[in-house]
Design a protein around this ligand. Structure first.
Ligand code: HSE
Length: 405
């Protein structure tokens, strides 16, 4: 990108941006002829006084943390794509950059090229953000989209995605939603001006979603998506990442394949949706280069380190058991008199109201029952599940999924 768009980048940044040296693991790997000079020693970059900016795209907390801290200590600006590091230690690193009058920019850490961080830091900063709801992981969105389109099972789609290079060889960070957890921690910090640690965020992966659930979701007017939700209400923060049945009325239900999108609601701007490619080298390059141009502009006007950490407040994080949701539940039951009535009573006894029901005959006098609830407190829904599990005619509690309107 720096080569292809060199003309506009230097015109807009007021200076040329050149890669002086690149830290690599494998010096022998084949590289294009125009590749920059490479080294295996971080020191060659961190101790080089001519290098003004360090770009970190290696990922993981260490050694990236040490390198970035060292770069800042040496008076170098930093651009990073490291969501895990920024989610865990962003506050200290940003404070350090601010104290030293340096830029530490991290647009590529969340949804690659989608300018959600810039939007929150700059253009939306006069708003009180009420909520964020996003599809912030391309791998899980690709898998769930394929499950809808082809009725393929989760394991089958995951294996194929790995073969094609859409999913990592070790897919844990994506499919267990650790990746989304870090991204939401960063977004909540910016949107709600408080520290939200990844471990404060409720997390559930997508591996338990079955084709049958996908079919019922479609029948009932929903799409299964992996969503990241952050809300601020009465000074409390709600933050969670999990699969959900998303209503067709919600624009996130139409975000398909490896795409990402973030829906924001601000008190003055109203509803806003940012959509685009949330991964991949070009989209990531777009974010990194945007940050580099900002540093070049700041250098021109002597305005480095303008925006440091925005996480100045401490706010309580709501426990997921206190959250309010609608729910989908699928069970297999013996088909006998009063079976449906007793299951329905378990909902009512726990103050959970039903809104839709599907019942299908299965072989050997059994039935598959699907329930949708109205909004209920999660603790009440969990108590309902416990009560249903104990009912003698229940053969299996197949699955439950939160429902998002
Ligand atoms: N692995 C991520 C995704 C991209 O699938 O969206 C990097 O955060």
């Amino acid at each position: 990108m720096l080569t292809a768009n060199a003309d506009i980048i230097s015109a807009r940044g007021g200076t040329t941006i050149e890669i002086t040296r690149c830290l690599v693991q494998d010096m022998q790997k084949a590289r294009p002829a125009h590749a920059p000079s490479i080294t295996k020693r971080a020191e060659d970059i961190l101790a080089d006084p001519d290098i003004e900016v360090v770009v970190e795209v290696m990922g993981g907390v260490e050694p990236a943390w040490t390198y970035i801290a060292r770069a800042l200590d040496s008076g170098k600006h930093v651009v990073t794509a490291n969501k895990e590091l920024m989610a865990r230690h962003g506050r200290e690193l940003l404070k350090s950059a601010e104290d030293k009058g340096l830029d530490l920019l991290f647009e590529a850490a969340v949804c690659a090229g989608i300018p959600v961080i810039q939007s929150l830091k700059n253009q939306l900063s006069g708003n009180r953000v009420r909520s964020i709801m996003g599809i912030v992981n391309g791998t899980t969105n690709y898998i769930l989209t394929r499950m809808h389109a082809d009725r393929a099972e989760y394991n089958e789609v995951l294996a194929e995605a790995q073969e094609k290079g859409f999913a990592e060889a070790d897919p844990t960070a994506d499919v267990e939603n650790f990746d989304a957890q870090s991204k939401l921690a960063i977004l909540c910090g910016l949107a709600f001006a408080c520290a939200v640690r990844p471990e404060d965020i409720y997390r559930q992966g997508i591996g338990h979603i079955e084709t049958t659930d996908i079919e019922y979701a479609e029948l009932l007017g929903y799409r299964v998506k992996s969503v990241a939700i952050g809300r601020q209400e009465d000074g409390k923060i709600e933050a969670r990442v999990h699969p959900a049945m998303v209503s067709l009325a919600n624009p996130l239900s139409k975000v398909d394949g490896p795409n990402n999108a973030v829906l924001l609601q601000g008190d003055f701007v109203g509803d806003l949706m940012l959509f685009g490619s949330g991964a991949g080298k070009d989209a990531t390059a777009s974010a990194v280069v945007g940050d580099l141009i900002e540093i070049a502009r700041n250098r021109h006007s002597g305005a480095h380190g303008r925006i440091g950490s925005t996480n100045f407040e401490e706010k309580p994080i709501q426990d997921v058991s206190d959250s309010l949701n609608r729910y989908y539940l699928r069970v297999t039951s013996e088909d006998r008199p009063r079976a449906l009535g007793q299951i329905a009573l378990a909902f009512g006894d726990n103050d959970v109201s039903l809104s839709a029901l599907e019942m299908h005959e299965l072989p050997e006098s059994r039935s598959e029952l699907v329930f949708l609830t109205h909004q209920a407190c999660e603790a009440n829904f969990m108590a309902t599940l416990d009560a249903i599990r104990e009912l003698p005619m229940i053969e299996k509690l197949d699955n439950w999924i939160r429902v998002v309107s």
